[in-house]
Design a protein around this ligand. Sequence first.
Ligand code: GDP
Ligand code: MN
Length: 391
Amino acid sequence: MDIHEYQAKELLTGFGIQVPRGGLAYSPEQATYRAREIGGSKWVVKAQIHSGARGKAGGVQMCSNDREIWDTAETLLGSRLVTHQTGPRGKVVYRLYVEEALDIKQELYVGFVLDRKSERIMVVASAAGGMEIEDITADRPDTLMGVTIEPAVGMQEFQAREIAFGLGLESSLIGEAARTLLGCYKAFEELDASMVEINPLVVTGDNRLIALDAKMSFDDNALFRVPQVSELRDKSQEDPRETYAADRGLSYVGLEGEIGCIINGAGLAMATLDMIKLEGGEPANFLDIGGGASPERVVKAFKAVLADDKVQALLVNVFAGINRCDWVAEGVVKACHETDVNVPVVVRLAGTHVEEGRAILRESGLDITIASSLAEAAKSAVSAWRSATKH
Ligand code: GDP
Ligand code: MN
């Protein structure tokens, strides 16, 4: 789960990290009020969406009076920001964060991630902050430092100081930089984060070290034990298709194509997506109904997939081991009666009770294409999609 920048800053403040003074706003009048509350003569109005790279998309604006703050807030609120991290659908701005603008002398990068290869938390740092980590890796790999943390002892003071020195900071800032790094590590561990990123961590004109931007993601499977994090969930920032499915216990990932997929098992789902692409189609989603799926569960899966109005054809592919083809078939028939299925449906069943399952489909009188192999199913689904959309 991702959270907003202002929420990450609030959490990190609790671990001793210095952040700019700021306040949340839901309206232009509130934004100007926040600026007055903060004081000073320059402010930054920042769109709160679950994405980085907002600056380049116009989501981070410098303002020097009430009028500018008001106009910026009015433009941003309710708008859809498309960054190169959001995908083409973008994310709608419902909240703004107004901050004192700082005089920046230097921008650094600090990130904490899970390194799957070493199975350790890894600190990545660079003196070339401000740009995205992908760009630093490509353009300034010479500035990148990576340090893995030994889980049995946690991050050590000497490691934090080593990174601080590696960033080229002057001696008066080494202590504060080490405290910042150790604070991020503690937050990562205690809050079950999967990512903590401060980009940029800045040195100000008056030589203070401040987290100008902060991003945190969390392990969904640990949310039950960190209520102070789980309560920060903002569904408006999630793919509505994924939220709908997740709330119904389905494993669903939204994609950009038009062929809806209902499949059992992640491996078969991946293989099916590959087969669809091989045939020249584009899947609209990844959906795993899991083992032992009841007819009701199949109905829920249909509803989740059809909630995406881009879907132009539907492929059900079930290789039943623990599952039962007759239950799946019953679910398909029930779904066709209960929901307004106005796209062609292709079903491939194999395994436990396959004959009973196929019979249920045949006798239903519904216009369903029954395929006998994965290859045939993918081919039928793609050609059904082609004739439905004239592709
Ligand atoms: P992101 O684009 O989503 O990563 O948003 P950031 O919060 O990182 O802001 C993008 C960029 O805006 C930063 O790298 C800074 O260069 C600039 N910026 C943000 N706040 C300030 C500020 O208070 N003062 C100055 N001078 N620049 C700022
Ligand atoms: Mn940033």
